[in-house]
Design a protein around this ligand. Structure first.
Ligand SMILES: CC(=O)SCCNC(=O)CCNC(=O)[C@H](O)C(C)(C)COP(=O)(O)OP(=O)(O)OC[C@H]1O[C@@H](n2cnc3c(N)ncnc32)[C@H](O)[C@@H]1OP(=O)(O)O
Length: 558
């Protein structure tokens, strides 16, 4: 229990309003001020638990060392991090304040703990460079594709599909990775190329580590502006805390400071932040994965707990944290500090998962599933589309028979399935009589027996409707864009009686009765969309539509 006394209460964490993650700015701005946590140490500054070992293990020995590191730390951050480059006076002052606390504490503690050498488990995290991950580019296409390819020309049930088409189809369809894996793989490659590394250190007095820790402290100070800087410095430099840091080109980009409770096998995440310019690029995820791997393999931890800021809950959920705490209370209660704001979240560390190489695991799983699906179905094959060249009014140049649609038979369709279609097909070649009868019935009732020729000449009847129905005049011709310049900006699927008439005459367009009805409805819907209710156009459309509803019903029952 005494292990946690140094920070029994903690202040609010919140992101600075000027450095919000681009995708979460709204929530962030709400939350920043919404749940200010009371820092008990404001009234009773917590004791600063730093202790330093002697020069034997490279620890600091004087204020000069400390100050020179402080200066370098600040430099190192300002070199790379534009967010911190533009350190205003305020920021510099803050850093100085932090270092003043740091220095004072060090002086205070030095005398007590000069001989108390703490064995640290600092370790640079192992980066798995043995990669058998094929280049996703190679995997996406070209000769290395693992997808079975047809030898030259594939003939599938009589349909000839050229090899290059199939190749393209296969490879384009193969989803090699989702966004998560793509980001992880890209960062992993950066690591392998040496441009990026993840390290874990505590305050061990080694110059380079101290520079990084101070860089991290500055990022925390910036990203968690409601957190007192002294408090940040105190925990980051506390030797019972460890920090996993993202280092790019030797500069700190972000990190997580946590306290491992080794006897309880859980860790508490105190701070977590990525510098403003680099947020939402996957660093936070990769950092968490490195942390989990390190905490499991080096510290022997099974769980993490953290009080997440409201605006960061989404991030933690994506890292596998939950608001339900399954960990036995006995294991954690009294060990971690209580916050008024923030939400206690837990993450179970899987004993087996390759956290730093999840993308390879996901890719292999995806590949195995893909292969299994291929074994069981043909759904990965995409056939070339129908040659559906159109004449005017959307009428196809040649009649397409359903059975000619590439892939339909291969998918298990057979002509005797016609009757199962939701729509009654009125294809002239297969059901000419039904086609005529349905359309005619519809037109007859639509025209209320005014055109006796309709049974024989539905197209003619349509023309008659154009000319004779008192409400039909606005729909006779396509709307002229010269008269109504914005019409086609608003109406994307125009329809008019002349177009319908052409479609009817062709006897090739309206394969189903529903297609015809859809055009009628579209025509009226367009008029009621574009025109306001008090206009004559709207009223004509409404009156015709009322008739049409009756006609549709009678037409459908025909
Ligand atoms: C215990 C604590 O310290 S609580 C305080 C947490 N820290 C902060 O709020 C400081 C400011 N924020 C940050 O520093 C960073 O945004 C972090 C650390 C929260 C996340 O780091 P990032 O590098 O941005 O995360 P990364 O790019 O890996 O994003 C992982 C996913 O989380 C999402 N995400 C990132 N930040 C947030 C957020 N604040 N809220 C909700 N979702 C988020 C991303 O959109 C992404 O989602 P996707 O996989 O569906 O695309």
């Amino acid at each position: 229990m005494d292990g946690h006394s140094a920070h029994s209460t903690a202040p609010v964490r919140s992101r600075t309003s000027h450095s919000q993650s681009p995708s979460h700015s709204a929530s962030a701005s709400v939350c920043s001020s919404a749940h200010k946590r009371k820092l008990a140490s404001d009234e009773h500054p917590p004791t600063f638990p730093l202790s330093y070992s002697d020069t034997k293990d490279g620890a600091l020995t004087s204020n000069d060392d400390l100050e020179s590191i402080s200066a370098r730390g600040a430099d190192s951050e300002s070199d790379d991090d534009s967010e911190d480059v533009v350190d205003d006076d305020d920021e510099e002052e803050d850093n100085e304040d932090s270092m003043r606390v740091f220095t004072t504490a060090r002086l205070e503690n030095n005398s007590n703990s000069r001989n108390k050498k703490i064995k640290l488990e600092n370790s640079s995290m192992k980066i798995d460079s043995s990669s058998d991950i094929p280049n996703p580019k190679e995997e996406r296409g070209g000769p290395t594709s693992s997808v079975p390819q047809p030898s030259n020309v594939s003939s599938i049930s009589g349909i000839v599909v050229k090899e290059d088409i199939v190749k393209g189809i296969f490879t384009e369809n193969l989803q090699t990775s989702g966004a998560y894996s793509a980001r992880e793989e890209s960062l992993k490659r950066e690591e392998e190329a040496g441009r990026l590394k993840f390290v874990c250190f505590a305050n061990d007095g080694i110059d380079q580590h101290m520079v990084w820790l101070i860089g991290l402290k500055n990022i925390f100070a910036r990203q968690l502006p409601n957190m007192p800087k002294e408090y940040i410095v105190r925990l980051v430099m506390d030797r019972s805390h460890k920090s996993v840091m993202v280092i790019r080109h030797n500069h700190v980009v972000g990190g997580i400071t946590y306290r491992p409770y080794l006897s309880q096998k859980f860790g508490e995440i105190a701070f977590c932040a990525i510098t403003a310019d680099e947020q939402v690029k996957g660093y936070g995820t990769r950092l968490m994965n490195h942390l989990k791997q390190h905490a499991r393999d080096v510290d022997g931890l099974t769980h993490f707990l953290t009080y997440a800021d409201n605006n960061a809950v989404g991030y933690f959920i994506k890292q596998g944290f939950t608001k339900e705490i399954d960990l036995d209370k006995d294991r954690w209660q009294g060990y971690i500090k209580d916050y008024d704001g923030g939400i206690l979240m837990e993450c179970k560390i899987d004993p087996k998962l390759p956290y730093t190489d999840l993308s390879t695991m996901i890719r292999r799983q995806r590949q195995a599933i893909d292969e299994k699906i291929r074994e069981l179905s043909n759904c990965h094959i995409v056939y070339p589309g129908i040659d559906f060249q159109k004449k005017e009014a959307g009428i196809p140049k040649k009649i397409i028979k359903v059975e000619d649609i590439p892939g339909l038979r291969e998918a298990g369709w057979s002509p005797d399935q016609w009757g199962h279609s939701r729509f009654r097909t009125l294809n002239a070649s297969t059901d000419n009589a039904t086609y005529r009868q349905s359309i005619n019935n519809f037109m007859r009732t639509l025209l209320k027996a005014r055109f006796m020729l309709i049974n024989k000449f539905p197209a003619f009847a349509c023309k008659q409707l154009m000319h004779d129905h008192p409400d039909a005049w606005p729909f006779k011709e396509p709307v002229d864009a010269r008269d109504v310049p914005d019409y086609y900006d608003i109406i994307k699927d125009p329809m008019d009686l002349r177009t319908m008439s052409k479609r009817l005459e062709s006897e090739q367009y309206y394969l189903t009765f529903e297609m015809f009805v859809a055009d009628v409805k579209r025509m009226f819907a367009n008029a009621r969309t574009y025109n306001s209710p008090e206009t004559i156009y709207y009223k004509c459309a409404t009156r015709l539509r009322e008739e049409e509803m009756v006609e549709c019903e009678s037409g459908e029952s025909a």
